[in-house]
Design a protein around this ligand. Structure first.
Ligand SMILES: *Cc1c(COP(=O)(O)O)cnc(C)c1O
Length: 230
């Protein structure tokens, strides 16, 4: 089932790429495994998937401990509390959700302590919805400039979430806004800052993400089926 879902998703990525003239190798599939079991992750690994994203630090640590598989690249895609950075600093591959200077400063501090630099994305708030995290687009350049001074924090790009909606087209303006922020950051030519990665697109809108230039799409439901709790 999981192997089949992965295959179906890869096919759909290929079709979306064909529509917009992109090469599928430009797009990384991140499987968001929150609420799903280590065993289900194991099934995805058997089908060749090695990048997984989690939203809760404790859950991530428990699954990592259970799986003990050094090939896995663990991403953190949820809201990250500063006091939890210390539990991720040793191994996390990419943090998708940096949206404040204070969080970046904590990553800097913990990174210095263990002698590791961490790759992060800046999460940008691109919808009208009030509940979602992320820096406002107008404040993104300022935040990125401040964070760029932190030697242990490597900004690799941007992340956003589209609106909650059944219609994937509703996400297109969000994703276009993320690309606009990326262009603005590039225009500023900020030292040490890369805009290589755009993490945008989930189960209901990943094809729109691909069409708008995503380099990472984050899928849970499409791979594992519906979540029974959050
Ligand atoms: C849960 C989650 C996803 C995956 O959502 P699906 O709709 O199940 O694909 C992607 N990104 C973030 C930040 C999430 O919290």
């Amino acid at each position: 089932m999981i192997a089949q879902n992965l295959e179906t998703v890869r096919k759909r990525i290929g079709e979306a790429c064909a529509r917009c003239g992109r090469n599928p190798v430009e797009i990384r599939l991140l499987v968001v495994s929150k609420t799903f079991s280590a065993q289900q992750i194991g099934e995805a690994i058997s089908a060749g998937q090695l990048e997984f994203g989690e939203n809760f630090v404790q859950e991530l640590r428990a699954k990592r401990e259970e799986l003990k598989d050094e090939r896995i690249r663990w991403h953190f895609s949820g809201h990250l509390q500063s006091n939890k950075v210390k539990y991720l600093v040793d191994f996390v591959h990419l943090i998708h959700s940096v949206d404040s200077l204070s969080l970046a400063q904590e990553i800097q501090k913990r990174g210095e302590k263990v002698g590791r630099s961490l790759d992060v994305l800046i999460e940008v708030h691109t919808t009208e919805e009030e509940t979602k995290s992320g820096v406002m687009p107008a404040e993104a350049v300022g935040l990125i400039k401040s964070i760029s001074n932190l030697s242990r924090v490597n900004i690799r790009g941007l992340m956003t979430m589209g609106p909650f909606s059944d219609d994937p087209e509703d996400s297109r303006p969000s994703f276009q806004q993320l690309v606009a922020v990326k262009d603005k950051v590039l225009q500023e030519g900020i030292e040490r800052v890369s805009m290589q990665e755009l993490s945008m697109g989930m189960t209901h809108d990943f094809e729109v993400g691909v069409e708008e230039g995503a380099t990472i799409i984050r899928l849970g439901t499409a791979i594992f089926g519906p979540r029974t709790h959050e």
